[in-house]
Design a protein around this ligand. Structure first.
Ligand code: AMP
Length: 281
């Protein structure tokens, strides 16, 4: 496994690989790798000749300075995990390398980046789109892998490649959970022991909502989830939305749309956890 730090080096490397007819799968991450990330690498390994993983904690997608400073970093352990999976290349640029000049790009994804994460984390998706667009430009992968845990991000990246005619196939990957149901996240490392014990309650509530949704109207279901979460003294709901999986528009009743998803964000202390569940009917 080769570790590359410079844009020009990875560009040259990819050029040589492509000249030999090899296909490139790309998995962008911010490190502190867990089985969720590794599931993306495994899928990429199955579908491509060469897999490139990037590890870059992208400062411009953090709307909260403390969150950026406290974001877990463990490059040594990340590299071991990638090596074990036979990842071919790791791209680990520093901030200077990615942003030699302060980035100025402004993206507008219409409704998609105005709701949920877009509303509660101003500038977040502009930062995500900027870095992913740059990565696609540098690496020119055939396929790129994104987790459904960040469902809105996945939707926006699909839109980014359409809007800018980027010739990459976006491959969605299902959420990987701990055995108790908690969606794996690098931020889970920051939970206290007690918070960690409580955290699976988020997914348990989503599962109950999915099981019982026919008994409630959409508004009632959202209110029920809100009350359930806020009943737990360790938790504070930031938002819950029931939206069309394509447009991210909120729905008023279940007959509106075929594919719905419940998206939720919950704070445990200062740790912000995101999750979702698809509601098929
Ligand atoms: P991050 O390092 O948090 O930026 O995540 C890198 C990629 O891994 C993103 O596409 C995430 O959606 C994906 N990812 C993170 N956690 C999970 C998970 N539990 N299951 C599946 N994919 C995940």
């Amino acid at each position: 496994m080769k570790i590359i730090y410079k844009r020009s080096d990875i560009k040259d490397k990819v050029k040589a690989l492509k000249a030999n007819g090899l296909t490139i799968g790309f998995v962008p991450t911010m490190g502190a790798l867990h089985q969720g990330h590794l599931s993306l690498i495994k899928k990429a390994k199955l579908q491509n000749d060469i897999v490139i993983c990037s590890i870059f904690v992208n400062p411009i997608q953090f709307n909260n300075q403390q969150d950026l400073e406290k974001y877990p970093r463990d490059y040594e352990s990340d590299l071991k995990k990638l090596e074990n999976l036979d990842c071919d290349l790791v791209f680990m640029p520093d901030v200077e390398e990615m942003y030699p000049e302060p980035p100025t790009q402004k993206y507008d994804f219409g409704f998609l980046d105005k709701v949920m994460e877009g509303k509660f984390r101003p500038g977040h998706f502009n930062g995500v789109a900027t870095v992913v667009h740059k990565f696609f430009d540098i690496i020119e992968p055939d396929k790129a892998y994104f987790g459904e845990k960040d469902f809105q991000q996945l939707t926006i990246i699909k839109r980014l490649v359409k809007d800018y005619n980027i010739p990459v196939e976006i491959v969605p990957c299902p959420i990987v959970r701990e055995s108790d149901g908690l969606a794996m996240s690098s931020r889970n490392l920051r939970l206290t022991k007690e918070q960690r014990i409580q955290a699976p309650y988020i997914y348990q509530t989503l599962l109950k909502a999915k099981e019982n949704y026919k008994k409630f109207s959409v508004i009632e279901l959202k209110n029920w989830i809100k009350e359930e979460i806020n009943k737990n003294s360790f938790m504070k709901l930031e938002y819950v939305e029931i939206v069309d999986m394509q447009t991210l528009h909120s729905v008023n009743n279940y007959n509106d749309i075929k594919n719905l998803i419940i998206c939720i964000v919950v704070f445990l202390g200062e740790i912000r956890l995101i999750d979702n569940i698809k509601l098929f009917y």
